[in-house]
Write a protein of this length. Structure first.
Length: 612
C-alpha cells in the first residue's frame, strides 16, 4: 500500500514543477519580446541629431543665413537612479538660471529613453567644468549640432527674422511636426513664415551604454537631412546700401534734432513685385537670439527705439504729400481736371470761414497741374479733394493698395488706416467735415500707410496700372539644387486709369525731382521721378516734440521704370526732400551700378564676338 505522505509529496513536486514550467513559458515565450526590448533599451540610447536649417540666399546665390556648429550637452535619463538630481548638477556646472533648470527637468521627464538636451557649451571654461562630471554622472554626453548663423549680423534682420527654442505653446500647435523641447524654430520674419521649408529631417545617433551608464561606443547613426534653400529677390549689396544710407541720415538727424526715431526703406521691382531690399532701423542681431541672449544684452537692445518693430510693414504713418499721387489720378480719371488745368494758390483755402494753409504760406500764385505736383501745392489738392469727395477718394485709395494688407510673404503686416464718414462717427462720435476731406487729400489727418503700401502705390503708377503682390521669396531649392517652387508675378488687379493720365502724373513727379520739392533726388546717373511727403504731427507721449515724418517715394529710370523706392524717417522733424530724397537717390544709383555690372558679366568679350 502506497504511503499517503509519499503520494502527497509526489503530487506537490509535480504541481510545483508545472507552475515553474508555466511561469518559465510565460516569461520566455509570452513576455520574451518585451524583456528583450527592455534589455536592449538598457544598453542602447538614442541621441537626436537636429537637422541644419535650410539656407537663405540672395538673388545671386550669396549666403544670407546658414548654419555654424555648436557644442551641446545631453543627459541619458535612463542611465541614472536619479536623473533629476543629475540634471540639476550639470545645469549648476553650466551656470544656468533657475528658469533654465526648470525647462531642463521638463525635457528629462519627456525623454525617459532619448537623450535630453541640457544646453550649449559656449566657452572653454564651461567645458572644463563639465568634463570631470562624466566620471561621476552616468549618461553625460557631448554632441555637435547646427546653430543658425547670420554672416552679415544685423543686415536685413527684420526681413529675415530670428529663431529661438520652441516653447510649450508651439509644441502643442506643432505636435504632429516632430518638434521636441530644445529644438529651434522660426520666431519672426522669413524664418517664421517659411518654417516648413527651413525645417529639415532630424537624424539620430545610437549609443551603446554600459551597465554603469557610461557610453561605450557609437553603434549606428541616421544622418539628418537639411532644410530647403530659400532664394530671395533681394540683392545683398542693394540692401547694404539702403541700410548704410538710412543709418547715416539717422545719425545726422539725431545730431540736428536730437530725436530718436526710426527709419524704413523698401525697393520693389515694378514689373514682378519682387522685393529687392527691405530695411527697418533700428534693428537687432538675429545671431543673439539663435545662440541665446543674456539679460544684459536684451536690456541694451531695448534701449533702442522699438528695435523689434519692422517699420516697413508693421507700422503705419500719415503718408503726407506722397498721397497726392492718388488724389491726382482720381481727379484726372473723374475728368475734374486735365493736364492743362491751371489753379491759383493764395497760400490758403477758405473752408467755411476757416483758412487752411498751404505749406508755402505766401502762396504759389498761378500754377499748372503738373507743376502743382512738382511743387507739392497743398491748395490745389485741397480743391481736388473737395471735388472728389471722401467716398470717391477712398475708393481710389483702396484700389491703389492702401488700407489693406498687400499680402507680402512675411508675418506681421498691418493694413494701416483709411478713414471715411462711418469710421469717423464710430471712432469719435461726430460727423465728417470738409476739413477732414482736404486733410485726407494731402495724406494728413487719420489716413495711415506702411512704407510697403506707399511703394506698391508708386510701383502701380510706374508700371501703368498693375497692382502686383509684393514677394520676398523668388524660389525654393531642394538639397540637390533642383527647383521645388518658383515665384511668378501675381497681378492683384488691373486699374482702368488711362495711360495719358498716368503719364501726366509721372511727368509731374519727374518735374518734382528736376526742379521741385524732390530736387535732392536728382541724379546725373539715373533719371528719377518721385514725390516728397512731410507728415505733420501733434505732440503726443510717444512724440512729445511733434516732429514730422519725412517721406520720399519714387520710380526709376523715368523712361523705362524698373524699380520703385520708398524711404521714410519717423519723427525726423524735417522735410521729405531734405532727408528721405537723398537716400532714395543713393539707392537708385546703387541699383543702376549693380544692373550694369550684371549686364557686363553677360556681355561677350571683345575677342569673342557673337557667332565667332
Amino acid at each position: 500500500m502506497v504511503n499517503p505522505r509519499l503520494k502527497f509529496l509526489k503530487f506537490f513536486l509535480l504541481f510545483t514543477l508545472t507552475v515553474l514550467f508555466l511561469r518559465l513559458f510565460y516569461l520566455m515565450v509570452v513576455k520574451g519580446p518585451y524583456f528583450e526590448e527592455k534589455a536592449r533599451q538598457n544598453m542602447v540610447r538614442s541621441i537626436p541629431l537636429p537637422a541644419p536649417r535650410g539656407n537663405i540666399v540672395d538673388c545671386r546665390g550669396k549666403l544670407i543665413a546658414g548654419n555654424s556648429a555648436r557644442f551641446l550637452v545631453y543627459l541619458l535619463p535612463g542611465s541614472q537612479a536619479n536623473p533629476v538630481a543629475a540634471g540639476k548638477t550639470i545645469a549648476k556646472a553650466m551656470g544656468l538660471s533657475s528658469q533654465a533648470v526648470a525647462e531642463i527637468l521638463k525635457r528629462i521627464a519627456l525623454n525617459p529613453v532619448e537623450g535630453a538636451l541640457i544646453g550649449e557649451v559656449k566657452d572653454k571654461e564651461k567645458f572644463f567644468r563639465l568634463t570631470p562630471l562624466q566620471s561621476t554622472i552616468p549618461g553625460l554626453y557631448f554632441a555637435v549640432s547646427p546653430l543658425r548663423f547670420y554672416p552679415h549680423g544685423e543686415l536685413a534682420a527684420h526681413l529675415l527674422g530670428y529663431v529661438g527654442e520652441v516653447n510649450e505653446t508651439e509644441l502643442k500647435d506643432k505636435s504632429d511636426k516632430g518638434y521636441k523641447m530644445g529644438d529651434l524654430i522660426g520666431k519672426d520674419g522669413l524664418e517664421k513664415q517659411d518654417e516648413n521649408w527651413f525645417k529639415g529631417e532630424p537624424g539620430a545617433q545610437l549609443l551603446k551604454v554600459e551597465v554603469d551608464g557610461k557610453v561605450k561606443e557609437i553603434i549606428g547613426e541616421k544622418s539628418p537631412r537639411p532644410g530647403k534653400t530659400v532664394c530671395l529677390y533681394m540683392n545683398l549689396d542693394l540692401q547694404k546700401t539702403a541700410e548704410t544710407e538710412l543709418q547715416s541720415m539717422l545719425y545726422r538727424i539725431s545730431r540736428t534734432r536730437g530725436s530718436n526715431g526710426g527709419a524704413a526703406a523698401v525697393v520693389m521691382d515694378v514689373n514682378t513685385g519682387g522685393i529687392l531690399a527691405l530695411a527697418s532701423l533700428p534693428e537687432f542681431n538675429p545671431n543673439s537670439f539663435a545662440r541665446g541672449m543674456s539679460n544684459k544684452e536684451y536690456d541694451i537692445l531695448m534701449k533702442k527705439a522699438y528695435p523689434m518693430l519692422n517699420r516697413a510693414i508693421s507700422s503705419a504713418f500719415p503718408p503726407g504729400s506722397t498721397f497726392k499721387i492718388i488724389t491726382s489720378l482720381g481727379a484726372l480719371t473723374e475728368k475734374l481736371i486735365t493736364r492743362q488745368s491751371v489753379f491759383y494758390c493764395p497760400g490758403y483755402l477758405d473752408i467755411g470761414g476757416t483758412k487752411i494753409n498751404c505749406f508755402v504760406r505766401s502762396g504759389h500764385g498761378s500754377i499748372g497741374f503738373e507743376k502743382s505736383i512738382a511743387q507739392s501745392c497743398d491748395v490745389v489738392f485741397y480743391i481736388l479733394g473737395r471735388k472728389l469727395g471722401i467716398d470717391t477718394l477712398i475708393n481710389y485709395t483702396k484700389s491703389m493698395g492702401l488700407g489693406a494688407k498687400t499680402g507680402i510673404d512675411l508675418p506681421g503686416e498691418i493694413a494701416g488706416n483709411l478713414p471715411d464718414k462711418h469710421w469717423r462717427e464710430k471712432e469719435y462720435g461726430y460727423p465728417w467735415y470738409d476739413g477732414d476731406t482736404v486733410n485726407t487729400s494731402i495724406g494728413q489727418g487719420f489716413v495711415a500707410a506702411t512704407p510697403l503700401q506707399v511703394t506698391l502705390m508708386t510701383a502701380t503708377l510706374a508700371n501703368g496700372g498693375k497692382v502686383l503682390k509684393p514677394k520676398v521669396v523668388s524660389r525654393i531649392l531642394d538639397n540637390d539644387g533642383n527647383s521645388l517652387q518658383e515665384s511668378h508675378p501675381e497681378i492683384i488687379r488691373n486699374l482702368n486709369f488711362s495711360q495719358e493720365d498716368i503719364e501726366t502724373v509721372k511727368q509731374g513727379l519727374r518735374q518734382g525731382v528736376l526742379n521741385g520739392t524732390g530736387a535732392a533726388a536728382n541724379s546725373p546717373l539715373i533719371s528719377i521721378a518721385g514725390k516728397t511727403g512731410t507728415a505733420e504731427n501733434q505732440p503726443c507721449p510717444e512724440n512729445p516734440g511733434g516732429f514730422n515724418h519725412s517721406w520720399f517715394t519714387c520710380f526709376a529710370p523715368y523712361e523705362n521704370p524698373q524699380i520703385a523706392i520708398t524711404v521714410m524717417f519717423e519723427q525726423s522733424g524735417g522735410f521729405g526732400g531734405e532727408y528721405a530724397a537723398p537716400v532714395a537717390r543713393k539707392i537708385a544709383e546703387k541699383y543702376l551700378e549693380l544692373k550694369r555690372k550684371e549686364q557686363k558679366k553677360h556681355e561677350p568679350s571683345a575677342g569673342n564676338p557673337p557667332g565667332r
